[in-house]
Design a binder for this molecule. Sequence first.
Ligand code: PMP
Length: 450
Amino acid sequence: MNQMPPSGLGGSHQSFTRPPGTPRLPRIARGEGVWLFDTDGNRYLDASSGPVASNLGHGHPRILAAMAAQARQAVFAYPSQFESAANIEFSDRLARLAGPGLERAWVVSGGSEAVESAIKFLRQHAVVTGQGSRWKVIGRQPGYHGNTLGALAISGDDHAHEVFGPLLQAVPRVPAPLSYRLPPNHTVETYAAACAAALEAAILREGPETVLAFILEPVGGLATGALVAPAAYYEEVRRICTGHGVALIYDEVMSGAGRTGRFLAADHWPTARPDVAVLAKGLSAGYAPMGAALFPAAMVDRIAAAGGFMHGFTYSAHVMNCAVGAAVLREVEEADLTGNAERMGCLLRARLDAIAANSPIIGEVRGLGLLLAMELVADRGSKAMIPLERVAPQRVGELALRHGLALYCRRTSRGAYGDWLMVSPPLTITAEEVGELSDRLAATLAEFTD
Ligand code: PMP
């Protein structure tokens, strides 16, 4: 058992995020593969890749070597003054892996920036192509697309909207399909069909000529806990968007870069390709702050011909970040990490299903590849949630640390949709490490008392 540090916050990031009196988090010393080590000599198996980011594990020698090599050449050059080989290699690799229709990459420093970039790009494209009446972006409830004001506005998170609402553009939101707690008289399939129908109704209500885009996480992240909808949902959404001239954006910040056993989660539904895809997290696997929005070449050419994209950040196409991203993508391909995500995902899924069968507090296991989640419940029969005041996800997370497991435990917006544990280890995980992760998780859940 790991010994955890005493409470006390100090002047760190934690002083913004954790109430006084909560136990201090372990202090990171170093990482190697799927393991993280703290300064007190404890080690933790990284069962969630942090927030589903560290796809290559920690201290990866090839990525560190690429960083060192790039650092000796150029770390930063402003992209409106210089282009970089790193940016060209990264963008070309990414476009090739993402497949047809997503040929051009706009590179930024994270997921929220990538989402904002996608929306501003689509809006400018509408203006330059004579469709200036289109500006509304329809999001889903629940849904999560980032924490900047624009990305939060299209995120379906009631608690965040209560607090930050006055600062956010009001946008229509439609229900996201769910798999565990469904409205009465629905199956997963009928509810997903109803959600797609709600999208079409919203577009008609708003006036199709005013709707710019619809954004969704093809496999759910924070907001729905690795939720995967039936294939018919994606196909129907694609049909509706095409029919009304609405751009379909897949937010693949969590699901992209190989995590689900395909390079994009979109690759699971080849007849429902998005117009725009947004990636981050696994794209640089935690080795650099990075995100990218992918667009069709023809759209980019139109914007360029009209004077260029009216958007950018100091750290757009950052040279070092691009070198990291290129090295990560090279490794994803050469080590077949997407294939490993599929294979290890099957193994881990079977282990999680077995744990769930023996645990009264796990209601459902879901996800694709190595983007998996377990629904945490008070009672499996009634699917009742653990009451908010019991702070169950946080307590499971703390207990897991004692068992040498770093878990990402999530409470949805004031518990409205439930609680879950993301089980999404690095894509480099081995079968033996899947076994170790599962044993530590089983021990954690067995010890948890509500
Ligand atoms: N979209 C999704 C689906 C995400 O999971 C996240 C991050 N959790 C974001 C956007 C925002 O990314 P970032 O935190 O890098 O801004």
